[in-house]
Design a protein around this ligand. Sequence first.
Ligand code: NAD
Length: 365
Amino acid sequence: MSNNITRKRFLKVTGSTLAAASFGFPSIIIPKRKEKLGVALVGLGRYAGGQLAPGLQETEHCELRGIVTGTPSKIPEWQGQYGIPDRNVYNYDNMHEIANNDDIDVVYIVTPPGIHARDAIVGAEAGKHVWCEKPMAMDEEECQAIIDAANANRVQLTIGYRMQHEPNTQTIIGFGKERTYGRIVSLSSGAGYSGSHPDPENWRRNPDLGGGALYDMGVYPINAIRHAAQLEPVAVRGRQWSEREEMYSDVDEFTDFELRFEKGLVATGETSFGKSTNYLDVECEDGWYRLRPMQPYRGVQGETSDGVELPPDPNHQQARQMDNDALAIKENKNPIVPGEDGLADIRIVKAIMESSRRDGEWIEL
Ligand code: NAD
């Protein structure tokens, strides 16, 4: 990849939504009669099929009731496997009609990042609560448009950062809040896999759809560092490159970055499609703690300098996440991961990209 990717954005979020009135945390519309909220999965790819639909078989506060897909051949299998009635099957052209369907309370956007804003806004404007996968969207403007649409339609919005629902991650975040091991002196985090995307049509190779390691995997270390530090960076710098140019000529195969905080604290991060990494290390004045691995679906574990073991949680991570998010809707409470958290990461992603284009210059936030 060259440091100068020209991105042709073909999606424009609706101006009307951007112009929507600004509300504080909305007084949301709470579903009446239902014990379990009905969820419609939007985009039936690997994550929806492999993790979310199975997770929704284990949830206590929500269940799978609908699907939105642009691929009609997937419909019979999903209907057969999950008992989804014809009236709850939509495509991207008629998805707005979900507004008239009381079976569905939540739309869960699991399409490629480049179309999250489009789908999330349709869902919010249909009056449905929106769960949106990471990375939230392509840029701050799109993220803000999703937030505005949710507020204007008085629905909840949450981003699918499953790690924030994971118990060991929550323990580490708690150490940061309490400064349990004293002042943090350094943080480092990485998430990446040694993989490949041979299909030229794969969205992970397409800059317009949110491809590249930084959007796909880099948001994990960014989000982990921000929450472990309990601070927002004031400047970032980064370097993006590709080694397998035949696959990743238009997106980054690797990104290294640094986040600078007030008082000289600097965190380092890395992500890639070409190297397996999975850690969060925090060094403090009075000790250290870490998560290794930091973000697998199962088996996140950690330890501390004074011998505290953080053993893997046996529960289904996505089921826990969706139950927490459903409960927040039912009880009209703030969700664990609001839209603003997704926006904060995308702001950093864009600044890292800018820094890489400028040969690693620090970019003030
Ligand atoms: P995928 O390619 O397997 O699935 C994407 C789906 O979107 C496909 O079914 C595809 O048909 C559909 N789609 C709809 N419109 C499309 C378009 N215009 N172009 C391409 N595809 C289109 O991808 P995935 O791995 O399931 O990822 C989907 C989303 O889930 C992404 O945002 C990704 O970052 C996120 N994800 C999150 C996690 C997690 O742990 N939270 C894990 C994997 C993926």
